[in-house]
Write a protein that binds this ligand. Sequence first.
Ligand code: SF4
Ligand code: SF3
Length: 460
Amino acid sequence: MGFIDSIRGINKNQNEAVEGGDKVEKKDSLDMFCYQCSQTAKGTGCTIRGVCGKEPTVARLQDNLLFAIKGISAYLYHARELGYTDDEVDAFLARGFYSTLTNVNFDAGKFVELALEAGNMNIKTMQLLKKAHIDNYGEPVPTEVPVGAVKGPGIVATGHSLKALEELLKQTEGKGINVYTHSELLPAHGYPGLKKYKHLVGQLGGPWFDQRDTFSKYPVAIVGTSNCVLIPKDEYKERMYTVGVAELPGVQHIEDYDFTPAIEKALELGDLEEEVKETTLTTGFGASTILSLAPKIKELVEAGKIKQFILVGGCDSPLIQAKYYTEFVKNLPDTTVVLTLACGKYRFNAMDLGDIEGVPRLIDIGQCNDAIVAVDVAVALTELFGVGLNELPLTIVLSWMEQKAAAILWSLLALDLKGMYIGPILPGWANDDILNVLVENYDLTPIGDAEEDIKKIMGL
Ligand code: SF4
Ligand code: SF3
């Protein structure tokens, strides 16, 4: 039975309790939550089954679709910032949103089809954004990025928007201000059109959730260009600015990419002291760079010197379980090559994993949207080895925090990739029925013990 049929099966087997009627059952946890229409149970929310008849799995699959759509919207927004749009994706978003409106569609199977379609649309959107980035800034090249302060006034930019960073670099040029990246802007250093600015000097801090510490520590102006921005501490909110979709209470929002207030603030704040750079991060592996290694990779795989490629990608989170990703990469045998993307890499990107006869063991492809580069590389490897995607010596270990990861997960499922590992926790909106079907049809595996998972992956 196919995946979509399995979900339809679940749909039929669900209990018949109807909220608002006689059969209301008390449960420890919510089966669903929907409060989108005026019929909602007790005027507050349908939590067992919809008064309209909507079943919990349908409600959860609707939420799932909305989350994937949010992820696509983020990438589409950044493409649009650079003037790139796609009618087919736009039309899908309208149809996807509309399908979740009250009394439009009660078919769980359809919502799985739509989620897979969302995955395909997200692939298209990530391709669009990649094209926008490469057309504007060139294809990334491997670049070493020092972490720490350089003497002089500074501005640190966080988030995903290369367009906002470019505008900031243009406007700060020749003003004696050093510009730093934070979190998901690290890969910006690899783009020729951005690294040409000599005052793009390095990185401050690491993943998004260290921002309260990092932004407190360095008396610089701060620019938030997208997620993840956190409610700021009082001590730095008057020197923080947002641009684009990002906004925060008590923080000035920059309009039309006019960074004058941030530039004036940076100059007023004065110099940072030079820091000893103890860490250097390497980023900027584009598809061309990786594929230029293809003949060598083939030789090393055939000689058994590379046994497995492992894509450890996705969002970082402050959850204790996220330590898994550090343990996992640290304990991988030296016959593995780790590809990474998004902010989850901060769990291990300061490690020196060395290389295998010139092929680096840690290859940072870039931001979460650069998952498309990983897909391109994987497809190229299938041609190189003459096998299908699921026969490649490739394992995908995902981490997720926000909903872009949901869009990417559905992209990978739409490519029919099997056997992915997912963590640090399972998505709260996927009930056991949905998860079981994902496990049965895609062999999706929750992360467990790092060393045990490595043994399984390596066949040890
Ligand atoms: Fe409840 Fe259905 Fe209305 Fe949602 S759409 S609030 S499930 S009656
Ligand atoms: Fe990170 Fe927020 Fe998701 Fe682009 S910056 S990946 S979490």
